[in-house]
Ligand binder design. Structure first.
Ligand code: ADP
Ligand code: MG
Length: 586
């Protein structure tokens, strides 16, 4: 007797067919789904890679395991323990149901399975080796309860598919993304990803979604989230959405799961965005984590073989409820500290230029010199972003700088008595970012360095840099390898202007490499952010009144002056009413 059966041909014909093994991340996803379906409480994912590719995937679970007969049957096409016939789909509670994943993986790789059923009293486990779909080895081994599956030589017999694989780092990024999605949808399971012996991500078992989010993305993001709840007879919504100041240029950070299945849905993402109304500029999207529980007979999972898409009955009702729940969560929450949502569109007031400061009375000469050098640097940085005031709208309300606090914030007064605090670094980052994006889109290209900057790197980093050369070239960095692990940076993005110092170039490239695996889909964006951040006036830099004015003017001409490229606010406002309130005036 085994729990696994081969589906009859009639049922097979009604199941969405197609390839599920596109890349290493698909293998990881399918193996984790099986481990979750087997009732695991902890799943270990070990990835081995060489310079070029992912070479080995190993997933270990503490789930129910398989008997020797089940282990063999699991690799047969259309063999599953999860449904008997198509009618079972309407009450499906498991992630799998096609009975195809193990068979498909085994057909294009070498698979080793070690498994022992939980609580069966069986002393020995089963070890199977399958190559190209054939069982080439079957033996008894000592094994813990649960299942370990090792996949090696993926696509060894299908070179065409192997050719479609991207760089190692891109494939790793897809793997991490797959694990993140599953971890978000399954807080009841602890996940750990180890790559070449190094832990890359991990979550603890927790019913609290926020704990999982914190484990994956850090406390800073978690702090920027607002809880969402909603309930209809057919639907329960729980999750978190970001405060408006934490926003993104696309929908890639709207994470949705339905009944434990991580899915992508443009309709649901749009509903989340709709909940923000005018709290966000038109082309910005929030970060969101939504866990939806929907009656299973309203969710058709049999749409696509990878099961990333679902078809919903009563979709309007569901998306409507989501938009409402998000709207209510934001309305009921104190969003203080957020940038105002709807900018007043008025031109900046003309202002008298203010002369640069002379040494203050009694100020020692050395201090003055330091201050002078600092101001000159700020001047260079600001000049980089100075453009002719051609036709651009001014999106900030009129304000006059009064001074600087902590050499970090510009204090300004609006014509209506509003007090503004402007984060000078965030503001200049926004300005630079817009400029770099514009230049990037115009393909304005590179600016050659007078002195190439030479980088000597440890082998691991140099491999990563070698991988990244074409991508860096797309951003305007001309990097050439001219010796063992030695590279020359010959040109930098023109948008940067003449970057003089090698240190900041080195830093830019280092940061780019560090962020590379994690943010592969947004790498271009990441580089732009790094450039903006490096080039921007620093917090702690003194600014003359004139420089402050110049910064505000440039900021007013950006398309979204309210946040920096990372979504942090650039400007906070205290209107007269709020000030009066703080002082308990009428
Ligand atoms: P599906 O998940 O759609 O049923 P798969 O090919 O992924 O199809 O797996 C086939 C069967 O093998 C599953 O139905 C399950 O019974 C068994 N199986 C696979 N992986 C595991 C595992 N990690 N632990 C226990 N049983 C497993
Ligand atoms: Mg499966």
């Amino acid at each position: 007797m085994t729990k696994i059966r081969v589906l009859d041909p009639d049922t097979v014909n009604q199941i969405a067919a197609g390839e599920v093994v596109e890349r290493p991340a698909s293998v990881v996803k399918e193996l984790i789904e099986n481990a979750i379906d087997a009732g695991s409480t902890s799943i270990l994912i070990e990835i081995t890679s060489d310079m070029a590719a992912v070479t080995k995937i190993r997933v270990t679970d503490d789930g129910e395991g398989m008997t020797p007969e089940e282990a063999v049957l699991a690799f047969a096409p259309h063999a599953t323990s999860k449904i008997r016939d198509i009618a079972d789909l309407s009450t499906l509670r498991t992630l799998g149901f096609r009975g195809e994943a193990l068979a498909s993986i085994a057909a294009v790789a070498e698979v080793t399975l070690v498994t022992r059923p939980r609580g069966s009293g069986a002393l020995a486990g089963t070890r199977l080796v399958i190559r190209g779909g054939e069982i080439v080895e079957k033996s008894e081994v000592g094994a813990p309860e649960g299942t370990t599956i090792i996949v090696e030589h993926l696509f060894y017999n299908t070179p065409a598919r192997r050719k479609f694989l991207k760089s190692r780092n891109t494939e790793l990024a897809h793997i991490y993304a797959a694990v993140e999605n599953l971890a978000l949808a399954h807080g009841e399971v602890a996940f750990r990803v180890v790559q070449n012996g190094k832990e890359r991500l991990s979550t603890q078992r927790s019913r609290d979604l926020l704990a999982t989010i914190t484990g994956l993305y850090g406390a800073d993001l978690a702090r920027a989230l607002v809880p969402v709840e909603g309930r209809l007879p057919i639907l329960t919504i729980r999750g978190y959405v970001s405060r408006p100041s934490e926003n993104r240029g696309n929908q890639s950070e709207i994470y949705i799961s339905i009944n434990g299945r991580s899915i992508s849905s443009r309709q649901i993402a749009a509903a989340v965005r709709e909940g923000y109304g005018t709290l966000l500029p038109k082309d910005r999207y929030p970060v969101a984590f939504l866990d939806l529980t929907i009656e299973t007979d309203l969710v058709d999972v049999n749409v696509h073989p990878t099961k990333r898409e679902v078809r919903l009955s009563r979709e309007r009702e569901i998306t409507g409820a989501i938009a409402t729940a998000v709207g209510e969560a934001l309305a009921g929450h104190d969003l203080l500290g957020d940038a105002p949502a709807e900018p007043v569109q008025q031109p900046l007031l003309p202002q008298e230029p203010v002369p640069a400061p002379a040494p203050a009375a009694g100020e020692p000469e050395a201090a003055y010199t330091v201050r002078h050098r600092e101001l000159a640097l700020s001047d260079r940085q600001l000049r980089r972003t100075e453009t002719e005031a051609g036709g651009q709208e001014n999106l900030l309300p009129p304000m006059e700088p009064i001074g600087q606090v902590a050499a970090t914030y510009i204090v300004a007064e609006g014509t209506d008595g509003t007090l503004y605090l402007v984060d000078q670094h965030a503001a200049h980052e926004r300005i630079l970012y817009d400029q770099v994006v514009e230049q990037r889109d115009k393909a304005a290209g590179s600016q050659e360095l007078i002195m190439p900057v030479v980088l000597s790197l440890p082998p691991k980093e140099s491999a990563a840099l070698r991988d990244a050369v074409p991508l860096l070239a797309g951003e305007g960095f001309v990097v050439e390898e001219f010796g063992r692990d030695t590279f020359a940076v010959r040109a930098v993005p023109a948008a940067l202007g003449a970057v003089e110092d090698p240190a900041s170039i080195r830093e830019m490239i280092a940061e780019f490499l560090a962020g590379e695996a994690r943010a592969a889909p947004d790498r271009r964006e990441a580089v732009t952010c790094i450039i903006a951040c490096r080039g921007a006036v620093k917090a702690g830099a003194l600014l003359t009144a004139e420089q402050q004015k110049c910064l505000l003017m440039q900021l007013a001409r950006t398309k979204t002056p309210w946040t920096c490229p990372h979504g942090r606010p650039t400007v906070v406002a205290f209107d007269k009413r709020k000030l009066d309130g703080l002082f308990r005036r009428g």
